[in-house]
Design a protein around this ligand. Structure first.
Ligand SMILES: Cc1cc2nc3c(=O)[nH]c(=O)nc-3n(C[C@H](O)[C@H](O)[C@H](O)COP(=O)(O)OP(=O)(O)OC[C@H]3O[C@@H](n4cnc5c(N)ncnc54)[C@H](O)[C@@H]3O)c2cc1C
Length: 416
C-alpha cells in the first residue's frame, strides 16, 4: 500500500518510520524545507510518562480564572472572537470533572509507558544518538500545598505502572546535587527513574535519515492546500511546491499529522478535530559551568517549566497561551525564564547567549491525542499531542502503522 503522511514533525516522522517497517511505500509531505521545523523544533526534551496530569482537572477552572489577569500565567487564555477557541474552552471545562480527569490520566499514562518502551526498543534496534539521558525526571515543589496535592495523582500513576515516587527535599538534592542551592525553598519532589530526556529535533532528523535510506520519500517545501474526497474516501491531496507549482498527490491511505494545523484541513471533509494551538516558549543556552548545571531532567512546579540537559546545552521550556496561531516572542516571558534559571542554578548557563523560540502545541481539551481512523476509511489521524508529543511519538507512530496495516495496536488506549 502507498501511504501519504501529511506533516514531517515528530508524529509524521515516527508514523513514516513504522509504516515503512510494516512494508508500505511511504511519502511524507511538509511545507517546511527540513523536517521537524515547527512544534518539534525546540521543545522541552522530556520523555515524561510521569507528566500525565492533564491541564483539565478539578482544580483548573479556579486557577485559570485567577490567571486570566496575569501576563505571566502558566496557562493563559486570551479570549478572542474565535468560535473554535470558545468551543475548545467549553470542552476543556467538561474535562475538569474527577471522572474525566481519571480517565484521561489513564490514557496518557498507558500511551506514555508504551511509547517510552517503543523508543527504547528503537534505540536498541537502530542505535540513534540525540543527546539522550536516562536519569529519570525529578519534579520539584516549592509550595507545600502543591506538593501535598501531588500525592494523589502520583499514587494513581503508580497504580497504572508508572513508578512516580514521592520523595523528600533531601532525597531530591541527593538525586540532583545542583538543586542544593534552593534546598531551603524545597517542599519536596517526585521522582520517576524510568523517564528520560533528549533532543527531539535531533531525534526526528536522525530518524528521517534512516527512513530515507529505507526508501521513504520526503516532499519538503510542499504546502498542502486541501484534501479532496470522492466516493467517501480521500481521493488525493492538493499541494503547491516551493516554486508555487500545483501538485496532486495520491496514495491508498493518508495519515494526517499536521500538528495544530490538522483541524483546518479536516474540517472541509466534515471532520471536526477539537485541537487548538497552545503557544509555549523555550530557551536554549550553552552550559557555562558544568559543575553547577543539572544533569537530571527537572520540572519546576511553581513556574511550570521543564529543564533538560542536551549535551553541552540547557533547554528550558514552558508556559501555555491560547491565542490563536500567533507565534510572537514576548521578551518579558523569555527574560523571566532566563532569570529563573539563574535563580535556581546560578552561574550554570550562559544567559547572554540564550536562544529563544516559540511553538504551537496541538492541544486537545483532554490532553489525550487523536489517533486512529476517521469517518473516511482511508484517512488516519495522528495528531493533537499537545504537551506530550515527544513522549507519545514512538507509541503513536507504531500504533497508527499497525492500524493502517489492519493489525491490533499493542496498547490499551482509546483509539479514534
Ligand atoms: C514549549 C514546548 C515545550 C514542549 N515540551 C515537551 C516535552 O518536554 N516533552 C514532550 O513530550 N512534548 C513536549 N512538547 C510537545 C511536542 O513538542 C509536540 O506535541 C510535538 O512536537 C507535536 O508534533 P507534531 O508532529 O504533531 O506537530 P509539528 O511538529 O508541528 O508537525 C506538523 C508538521 O506539519 C507541517 N504542516 C502544517 N501545515 C502544513 C501544510 N498546510 N502543508 C504541509 N505541511 C504542513 C508543519 O510544517 C510541521 O512540520 C512541547 C511543546 C512546546 C511548544
Amino acid at each position: 500500500m502507498h501511504v501519504v503522511v501529511l506533516g514531517a514533525g515528530l508524529l509524521g516522522v515516527t508514523s513514516a518510520y513504522f509504516l515503512r517497517q510494516q512494508g508500505h511505500d511511504v511519502t511524507v509531505v511538509d511545507r517546511q524545507a527540513v523536517p521537524a521545523a515547527e512544534t518539534s523544533f525546540a521543545n522541552g526534551g522530556q520523555i515524561s510518562v510521569s507528566h500525565a496530569e492533564p491541564w483539565a482537572n478539578p482544580s483548573a477552572p479556579l486557577k485559570v480564572l485567577k490567571w486570566l489577569a496575569r501576563e505571566d500565567a502558566p496557562l493563559l487564555f486570551r479570549l478572542r472572537a474565535d468560535a473554535r477557541q470558545w468551543a475548545w474552552v467549553f470542552s476543556f471545562l467538561r474535562e475538569c470533572t474527577p471522572g474525566r480527569t481519571r480517565h484521561n490520566i489513564e490514557q496518557i499514562v498507558r500511551l506514555g509507558s508504551y511509547s517510552r518502551e517503543t523508543l527504547q526498543q528503537l534505540r536498541r534496534d537502530i542505535g540513534l544518538e540525540y543527546d539522550q539521558r536516562t536519569q529519570g525526571i525529578l519534579h520539584f515543589y516549592t509550595s507545600q500545598q502543591e506538593f501535598d496535592a501531588a500525592e494523589a495523582p502520583a499514587a494513581q500513576m503508580r497504580a497504572l505502572g508508572c513508578d512516580r515516587r514521592v520523595i523528600s527535599a533531601d532525597e531530591a538534592v541527593r538525586i540532583e546535587p545542583a538543586l542544593a542551592h534552593i534546598r531551603p525553598q524545597l517542599a519536596g519532589a517526585t521522582y520517576t527513574a524510568e523517564d528520560e530526556s533528549g533532543d527531539a529535533n535531533r531525534f526526528a532528523r536522525e530518524l528521517v535519515r534512516r527512513c530515507e535510506a529505507d526508501g521513504v520519500r520526503f516532499l519538503m517545501s510542499h504546502t498542502v492546500t486541501a484534501l479532496r474526497e470522492a466516493g467517501g474516501r480521500v481521493d488525493h491531496v492538493e499541494a503547491t511546491d516551493a516554486e508555487g507549482r500545483f501538485q496532486r498527490i495520491r496514495g491508498d491511505a493518508y495519515v494526517l499529522a499536521m500538528g495544530s494545523l490538522s483541524p483546518l484541513y479536516a474540517k472541509a471533509l466534515g471532520i471536526k478535530l477539537p485541537i487548538y494551538p497552545a503557544k509555549g516558549y523555550s530557551v536554549t543556552m550553552p552550559v557555562k559551568d558544568a559543575s553547577k548545571a543539572h544533569q537530571v531532567s527537572l520540572t519546576d512546579d511553581e513556574y511550570k517549566l521543564v529543564f533538560s540537559r542536551l549535551g553541552d546545552r540547557l533547554r528550558i521550556a514552558g508556559t501555555a497561551e491560547l491565542n490563536g496561531y500567533d507565534r510572537d516572542l514576548n521578551r518579558v516571558r523569555c527574560e523571566a525564564i532566563v532569570r529563573r534559571v539563574e535563580e535556581l542554578f546560578p552561574g550554570a548557563g550562559d544567559g547572554e547567549r540564550a536562544q529563544f523560540w516559540t511553538g504551537l502545541r496541538p492541544a486537545t481539551p483532554s490532553n489525550v491525542p487523536i489517533i486512529g481512523r476517521s469517518k473516511l476509511p482511508n484517512l488516519l489521524l495522528n495528531t493533537g499531542h499537545g504537551t506530550l508529543g515527544w513522549t507519545h511519538a514512538c507509541g503513536s507512530g507504531k500504533s497508527i502503522a499497525r492500524i493502517a496495516s489492519g493489525l491490533k495496536p499493542e496498547v490499551d488506549f482509546a483509539f479514534a
